[in-house]
Each structure stands twice: as C-alpha cells, then as structure tokens.
Write a new protein. Structure first.
Length: 402
C-alpha cells in the first residue's frame, strides 16, 4: 500500500456518493474539523471513563432537557441498556443475573405497529416483548390506533416497561401511552434514533413524559458513527451507565465521581454489567459532546437550503432522462429535502432494484434510498450529499437510464 495514497485507497475501499440518507451501512455521517480536533485532543491523555461519562452526560442532559444522559455505543446499545435499566433498576443483584431474567419483571409492552428489526436490542437484555394492539392503520384496514385500555389490560406483575418507536406520525400519541404508564409507575422507553432533525426533538419526547430516550449520535448530530445518546430519568440512566462501565475495581478503593453514580451506587456496584461490550472510548465521548453542541448551535435552515439547491441541480440535469419521471422535491418539517425518481421499469427493461444495483457499480458508486423501491421509486435523500455530488448523481443516472 502506497503511504502517499489516502487511507481508503490504501485499503482498496471505494468512496461512495451518498444519496441514500445518513445510514450506518454507509458510515453514518461526516464529522467536521472541530469534532475531529477534539477527538485528537482527547486521545492524548488518560482519564477516568466514569468521570468523563458523568461530565459529558451532564452537558448532554442540558441540551436534551433531561435529568441525566450518557454516551452509548450507538442507539441500539442505548435501547439494550435502557431495557436492562428498566428490568434491574438499581438492584445490583439483578444486574449480575442479566440477561437471565427468570423470576423478574421482564416483559416490555410494545404496540404491534411499533415492532421493528431493531427490537432485537430490547430482547438482548433478557426482555420478552408483550405485543399488543392491531395494525389497522398501517395496512389501511381501519383508522383506530392503540387504545389506553389495551395497554392497561396487558400490564401485570411481570411488566417492566413500555417501548415506543418514535415516527413523524407518532401514532398513538406518546402522551397517551405515558398517561397509562404513569398510573402504573412504569418507564416508557422511546426509540428516537432517526428523529433528528428537527432540533426540537432533542427535548420533545422527554417533555412528553418519556422515561428514557435513545438517539443516534453518528447521523444528524454528525458525531462519531458508533455513538448514541441515552437520556432521561436519573436513576435509570445511572443504572444503564453502571452496567456499561469497566468495573474491575476494588470496592475499597473505588470512589464514584461526584454526581450521577455517587447518588445511586456509592456503596455497591456489579462486577461487569450486561452492557460491558458496549463500552465507548474517550475520543468518541468527547467527539459526540462537541458534535452535539455544534448541532444545537447550527443553522439547520441554511443546511436545508444548500441541499435543496443540490436536488434542484439534479432535477435540472435529469429532466430529460428516458424511462423515468421526476417527482416534486419533498420537505417534511425540519427534515432534509428529498427527490423521488419514478422508474418506468417496463420501458427500461430493468426493474428498480437492477437500476439501484447499476448505480452502485458506477465509478464512483452512487447510493440512492430504496425505501420506496416497492413503488418503483428511488429517492435521493440530500442529508449525505456534498458539493459536487449532484453532478456525479446526474452522470450516473444518465448512464444507467439511457
């Protein structure tokens, strides 16, 4: 490998044009120079990770409007830690047993329409999902959402928490779910991994009563890809943190840092918790805090405007493409704009999946979102586009859709 080549060339890894959105499989997002500088600085010293998490968490909690927060190894890790906290609370003996939850309150109630592939993260803590409700709205068979009585009927002595997947539609409303949970003193865990922007969502779910909220740190916040945020109620966040830390420490000599852990685990703590494999390095903790502060301060509208211009350039360059029809640029509240391309598969002689594959074999590879591929539509999501990518996308489309 030539040392003068950049790192991806040395590894023979292709750099890709990302018109698919801020996705883990494409490396999340891109960090700016200030975040990278902070991470390099963090790499130059030894620190106590418990203290760093506590101090970083206090900063994050201020921006999320919650009692406490920690940096996690991604949003999925945040969900597993949140579930472990809901099951074990601050009981060290229960922490030691996880994920063996026999005899514990280990059921997590979840609306059927809120099930996703990511609920593996909940079950990884030893929880059993108690699925309730119908998906009438999702399949177009009716208009009703989950009713309060359906949640109440599912609650029993084995119930540990209620899980809620945040979406733009938020059906049923989080407030309806929280109202039932509060009567039974049950925590509500919200998966809000992809609900940024808009920035107000940093506070929205906790303000609506969520006990714990999980965000991705490596997407819209533009922090290190492998990071996430877990924020919410102090005792539950403390439980999640203590189950993630390296605790190969003598009880006689360990002094928890002032704050979160000292208030809940001053005299006892587990050996190693369920979340030990989710450890977060000092560089990533610092990087996420810096990225979050920049996200809070940034001009989202300016970013949206620059991406809208890139999509307009693509629309202009792709207007005469054969076998396709450009849809209107879509702009949901606070989100980055998108542009759909309706593929005439019959005329082209290729289905939409073959078109997507061909774009990914372009030089450089171009990725578009396939979330509407079932409608023969590829979506250009502007969140990951950079200056100059518009020209590459147009060239790739012209080549494939000729």
């Amino acid at each position: 490998m030539g040392m003068n080549a950049d790192v991806y060339e040395r590894l023979s890894v292709a750099k890709r044009v990302n018109g698919a959105g801020l996705l883990t499989r494409l490396g999340g997002s891109l960090m700016d120079s200030e975040t990278l500088d902070a991470m390099r600085e963090a790499a130059g010293a030894f620190v106590d990770i418990a203290e760093l998490q506590t101090r970083a968490g206090a900063t994050i909690a201020r921006h999320t409007g919650t009692q406490a927060a920690i940096v996690t190894g991604g949003a999925a890790a945040a969900l597993t830690l949140a579930t472990a906290a809901a099951i074990a609370r601050t009981d060290v003996a229960l922490m030691e047993r996880l994920p063996d939850t026999e005899g514990m309150a280990n059921e997590v109630i979840i609306h059927r329409a809120h099930r996703t592939g990511y609920d593996h993260a909940i079950r990884a803590a030893g929880a059993r999902l108690n699925e309730i409700g119908l998906n009438d709205r999702g399949v177009g068979a009716g208009v009703r959402d989950l009713e309060a009585w359906e949640i109440e009927a599912a609650i029993g002595p084995k119930t540990a928490a209620i899980a809620y997947t945040a979406t733009e539609e938020l059906r049923p409303s989080l407030k309806r779910v929280v109202a039932v949970a509060e009567r039974f003193k049950l925590p509500v865990i919200v998966d809000a991994a992809a609900q940024l922007p808009p920035k107000e969502n940093l506070r929205r779910f906790s303000e609506e009563g969520a006990s714990l909220v999980a965000f991705s740190g490596g997407k819209a916040i533009r922090g290190p890809q492998g990071t996430g945020i877990l924020c919410g109620r102090e005792d539950l966040v403390a439980s999640a943190l203590i189950q993630m830390l390296d605790l190969d420490i003598l009880p006689e000599t360990w002094a928890p840092p002032e704050g979160l852990l000292a208030r809940h685990f001053s005299d006892r703590f587990p050996h190693h918790g369920l979340g030990r494999g989710f450890k977060v390095d000092k560089e990533s903790i610092v990087g996420l805090v810096v990225a979050l502060e920049r996200f809070v301060a940034c001009d989202i509208e300016a970013g949206r405007a620059s991406r809208r211009k890139l999509l307009a350039n693509i629309a202009a360059g792709a207007r005469e493409l054969a076998h396709s029809r450009l849809l209107a640029i879509e702009e949901a509240h606070g989100k980055y704009p998108t542009l759909g391309i309706d593929i005439d598969a019959a005329a082209l002689g290729l289905d939409v999946y073959a078109v997507s594959r061909a774009l990914q074999r372009h030089d450089p590879p171009v990725h578009l979102s396939e979330r509407r591929a079932w409608q023969s539509v590829l979506v250009i999501d502007s969140a990951g586009l950079r200056e100059g990518d518009d020209e590459i996308v147009v060239a790739a489309l012209r080549r494939v859709l000729r």
